[in-house]
Ligand binder design. Sequence first.
Ligand code: SF4
Ligand SMILES: [Zn+2]
Length: 114
Amino acid sequence: MQNEPTAQQLKDIKIIAKFTEVWCVGQQHSGQQPVAAYPELQPLTLCPDCAAFLDYAVKKRLNCPLEAEKPTCRRCRIHCYAPQQRALVKQIMAWSGRKMIMRGRLDYLWHYFF
Ligand code: SF4
Ligand SMILES: [Zn+2]
């Protein structure tokens, strides 16, 4: 069973979840419905593919083998994502990052981490 997430893990999960939702809604994917990315977080609006991607990303974050040093994923020396998900997360972070900046959410700029 998974241990309780740390505050940093929850924060990172919240960020990837938000970016994924901005991507899914902005790209007008079909079949969106409320999805719980993590029990402590508000439900998100996601299509099944984005929900599956987010589930993958959450698992990766919770099981990061570099937790002690925790680099940003972008600067990671391992890159634990499979090639397909890694390509997707880069696309999501770049696209949603630009959207967030356009909306004045500069607080998210720092988290442009893929
Ligand atoms: S990419 Fe690197 S830092 Fe990010 S979760 Fe995977 S191992 Fe950890
Ligand atoms: Zn989607």
